[in-house]
Design a protein around this ligand. Sequence first.
Ligand code: NAG
Ligand code: NAG
Length: 366
Amino acid sequence: MATTFFYNILFVTLLYLLSVSNGCPPSERAALLSFKAALREPNLGVFSSWKGTDCCHNWYGVSCDPNIHRVTSIDLRGRSEDPIFSKAHRTGYMTGSISPAVCRLTRLSSLTVAEWNGISGPIPPCIASLSALRILDLTGNKLTGDIPAEIGRLRPLAVLNLADNQISGVIPPSLTNLSSLMHMDLSNNKVSGTIPENFGRLRMLSRALLSQNNLIGPIPNSISQIYRLSDLDLSLNQLSGSIPASLGKMAVLGTLNLDGNKISGPIPPSLIISRISKLNLSRNAIEGYIPDAFGPRSYFTVMDLSYNKLRGGIPKTISSAAFIGLLDISHNHLCGPIPPGSPFYHLEASSFVYNDCLCGKPLKSC
Ligand SMILES: *[C@@H]1O[C@H](CO)[C@@H](O)[C@H](O)[C@H]1NC(C)=O
Ligand SMILES: *[C@@H]1O[C@H](CO)[C@@H](O)[C@H](O)[C@H]1NC(C)=O
């Protein structure tokens, strides 16, 4: 009697253990298989482990929450430290598209399908319904179409990396609703239109990389309200208007790349005594004088002001800068003597050529 009771308990316990360890729900497994079916990876066999019923165990790149047994992460990177790449002596290549089936993985918090070079088609708009998504990294593919209009619904999103694709359309107005966003990289796409005027609502942003797109219009003043922003790259667009002076007052902004735009107006003196240590304003239509505002707080590893319309002389205060590693003021309309002093000892003539009448070392004497 007691033995039967014992075996009953054991049986029930075993059943229970089987049901919980039985990992992934069939609906999530089906969603993953649809996702896989839309992709083709001919070289490495990335998907060869995607078989059997339990998608939570040993499916390459898939992770589940151990408590709720739901898929929380897809991490497929065509350039990674994983042995499958070093063994094959090649980086990833995949074709096909990103199936909207991923949107059925409603607990997904991280979706990385990056550096596969050949994945095309649009970003499924339904991605905007993945309310737990924190990381969206689709960099280095051939994705086309727009950034999903409703992307702003992804409240926990911290990383949005869509660099190196062929994404077009505008920056959706809802994007500035991403109040958790820390890292945004849209570089090297075909994004057009203006940068939203209320861009400064992205208060958690520390890197905003928008270079090599077709953005037009002004640099929004509100950007300077992003207290944590350390890296702002708007280079190689069609931006116009002048540089907001408030950018020079930002607490941690260290890199400011505005090169290759249509920016006019003067260089705000605030930029010269800011936290900025890498400043590239090359290839714009910036006019006026180089501000005579250098001081011991001016520390530049890079200051590239070449190919603009600067005139006047090189300001005397520049000798008081703490450090200027790489200075390029070539291709402007500057005139007068190059001041002697430590910031200039290591510079070559190429930093100063193609001006109206600069003279002195390292150019010919005045
Ligand atoms: C941003 O979020 C607010 C509050 O949820 C909402 O009312 C608004 O429509 C959103 N803006 C956009 C452009 O989606
Ligand atoms: C500054 O930008 C220009 C134009 O995009 C580029 O050619 C140059 O290499 C950059 N300068 C530095 C020092 O990186």
